[in-house]
Design a protein around this ligand. Structure first.
Ligand code: NDP
Length: 291
């Protein structure tokens, strides 16, 4: 069993981007600028946004954190997006999800200028991804593809099973793994809460992506010997032994599954840091596309 080390690989990606930024500065060019919009004060969202802003600083990007009250109206938020769209210095815009219940995620995502859509959630980005055209790929599946690429895992012909069909993880993951690319070229089965015989389907997986948000859901008896396991889940569970009062749990029962796997991502330090690395790559691309 080998650990797919998201911290190591994301560190290498960020280091390469840092060198590119240094080159831009030497050439008197503009550095990438990411705007992050955070609505309300959800603890997990605060942590994710803080990591993204920190990564920008490490690489040498500019970042702007737009903090908005949870009570902001949908119209006001759409106005903020419009201003960020119009700001020529800003290359990428991300709106941290989930948004408060009274605001439509869809309306807000659709309002982002597709050329600044570094999260890759806009319908234009999704369409390009489906067609295999260049564009922004959603950060989490993009990060997973970069991880597989780094470890030179040849996924050609594998049966990939993706558990979860959200627009931000499961569905784009299934599209990328089935693309005529490397990594890619898998035969993909996508599962969801209505899937029958989930255990039997997972047992057929050469590559299993767990993205359902249920802590330690995937147990050893659901996994084939030698399978590659990608654990996307991050759930905060109460843990009084920790200073924070919680521990992060993946969707995979790491203790029982890891001995059966050929490769596995841990939680934390697996897919999470790769998501940020992919976002940083998308932001660099947004800046380069403009200049
Ligand atoms: P969603 O809640 O949007 O989607 C969950 C999906 O899992 C749905 O398609 C749902 O099915 C399916 N599902 C739920 N229960 C079951 C079940 N018992 N059997 C089979 N399928 C099931 O979650 P996200 O995709 O946004 O996130 C998934 C997890 O990944 C979460 O823990 C999240 O925190 C984490 N995450 C981690 C990231 C990272 O950087 N590491 C980034 C983004 C998310 P249905 O459609 O039928 O409801």
């Amino acid at each position: 069993m080998q650990i797919l080390d998201g911290v190591l690989v994301s560190g290498a990606i960020k280091e390469a981007l840092k060198m590119e930024v240094a080159q831009l500065i030497t050439n008197g060019k503009k550095v990438p600028h990411l705007a992050a919009v955070l609505v309300g004060n959800n603890g997990a969202s605060e942590t994710y946004v803080a990591s993204k802003v920190k990564s920008c600083a490490e690489i040498g990007y500019k970042s702007t954190l737009v903090r908005l009250d949870a009570t902001i109206s949908e119209n006001k938020l759409l106005g903020v997006i419009e201003e960020l769209n119009a700001d020529m210095d800003i290359d990428g815009i991300l709106v941290q999800l989930p948004l408060p219940k009274h605001i439509s995620d869809e309306k807000v995502i659709n309002a982002i200028d597709p050329s600044k859509d570094v999260d890759g959630f806009h319908p234009i980005s999704v369409g390009r991804m489906v067609l295999g055209a260049p564009g922004f790929i959603p950060a989490t599946p993009h990060g997973i593809m970069l991880l597989l690429e780094h470890y030179k895992i040849d996924t050609r012909g594998m049966h990939a099973v993706v558990v979860g069909r959200s627009n931000i993880v499961g569905r784009p993951m299934s599209i990328l793994l089935s693309s005529n690319s490397n990594p890619g070229n898998c035969t993909v089965t996508i599962c969801h809460s209505h899937t029958k015989n989930l255990r039997e389907i997972c047992l057929q997986a050469d590559l299993l992506v767990a993205a359902l948000g249920k802590p330690e859901f995937v147990k050893a008896d659901m996994v084939k010997e030698g399978a590659i396991i990608i654990d996307v889940g991050i759930t905060r569970v109460v843990d009084t032994s920790k200073k924070s009062g919680f521990a992060l749990k993946g969707d995979v029962d790491f203790a029982s599954v890891s001995p059966k796997s050929s490769y596995i991502t841990p939680v934390p330090r697996g897919v999470g840091p790769m998501t940020i690395a992919a976002l940083m790559k998308n932001t660099f691309k947004a800046c380069m596309d403009k200049n």
